[in-house]
Design a binder for this molecule. Structure first.
Ligand code: HEM
Length: 308
């Protein structure tokens, strides 16, 4: 799997696609100049531009604000609540809006959008039906530094839309694993275990074979589509590859890790998550718990005690 992820003969550039053997949904044209589909030179340039927004230093700067967002989400969730809808969803939305510095109008629109995607009606809301609302938010934002307007719009779409649900899945799954082991302090261990066992982005984005290739015992013809299963790789033993591998490996891992860390720190000792049969939501590319019953731990108030 790791070799396939780094294999230059499997390219995400649509120019190598031969035809219609893959029926994922087509992105609106406004989002097509994205980092994943970019040609190698543009890809390297976009990666250089976006990385400072999400590297370790950026994550470190964001931690306190993530902590505050987690405190507020827990406070608003009440005594008995759903860990996904009432905590992870609003927490990740508020943190993302904050981290990207969304102006008030877009922040409110984003929170409303997020509530549709993971809120009470989420079972009947298809992500593609929310694209117009997301386009309106993204197109009203100022361009990201150094990027052309199309590149910036596509990048903001990926940051606000694509990784939102994946981060909610990762936060909720990590909390579930921590609760199962009765230990929220070993957040890194819980996160790695959740990313391996419940890999939130189940496959890579599509790749196209640039020539005929042999992969394991399959022959892939030039132009055919390949989806590499990150979830299956996680079950093969060894370290998980939930953040991918190779030139497109996730540069947002430090922000994702900070989101998980602050959530688990705030939940530590303040919630009870009983053992339960969890229903898992599985889309083509995302995987996470649909709902998780939780309640405030007895004898705890909603005020934060954690220190950074
Ligand atoms: C637990 C949460 C996350 C997971 C599991 C995850 C996973 C991934 C994976 C697997 C890829 C590579 C896809 C491929 O090779 O086709 C990727 C790419 C990417 N991720 Fe993440 N991601 C997460 C959170 C984030 C966050 C929070 C951000 C932004 C702050 C982010 C930004 C990006 C970007 C910009 C790329 C494109 C990299 C490129 O094409 O060079 N991710 N992510």
């Amino acid at each position: 799997m790791v070799a396939a992820l780094a294999d230059p003969r499997l390219s995400p550039c649509p120019r190598h696609a031969a035809g219609a053997d893959y029926r994922g949904y087509d992105l609106p044209p406004a989002f097509r100049e994205n980092i994943i589909s970019a040609e190698p030179d543009d890809h390297r340039r976009l990666r250089r531009l976006v990385t400072p927004l999400m590297d370790r230093a950026a994550a470190h700067r964001a931690r306190l604000r993530f902590r505050r967002a987690a405190e507020q989400a827990l406070l608003a969730a009440g005594e008995r609540f759903d860990l996904v809808q009432d905590f992870a969803g609003p927490y990740v939305a508020a943190s993302t809006a904050d981290w990207l510095g969304l102006p008030r109008a877009q922040r409110e629109a984003y929170t409303a959008w997020a509530n549709r995607v993971v809120g009470p009606d989420s079972a009947t809301v298809r992500a593609r039906d929310t694209l117009p609302a997301m386009a309106a938010i993204v197109e009203a934002l100022p361009p990201l530094p150094g990027m052309g307007p199309g590149e910036s719009t596509a990048m903001l779409f990926y940051l606000l839309f694509v990784w939102y649900e994946i981060c909610v899945d990762a936060v909720a799954s990590s909390a579930l694993v921590a609760a199962e082991h009765g230990d929220f302090r070993r957040w890194q261990w819980a996160a790695d275990e959740a990313l391996r066992r419940h890999t939130p982005q189940t496959t890579t984005f599509r790749r196209f074979a640039t020539e005929d290739i042999r992969l394991a015992d399959a022959t892939i013809e030039a132009g055919q589509t390949v989806l590499l299963s990150l979830a299956a790789a996680g079950r093969e033993g060894g370290p998980h590859v939930a953040f991918g591998y190779g030139p497109h490996r996730c540069p947002g891992e430090p922000i994702a890790a900070a989101l998980i860390r602050e959530a688990l720190t705030v939940l530590d000792g303040r919630v009870q998550i009983p053992e339960q049969a969890v229903e898992w939501r599985s889309g083509l590319r995302t995987h996470g718990p649909r709902g998780v019953r939780a309640r405030r731990a007895e004898g705890t108030d909603s005020g934060g005690t954690g220190t950074v």
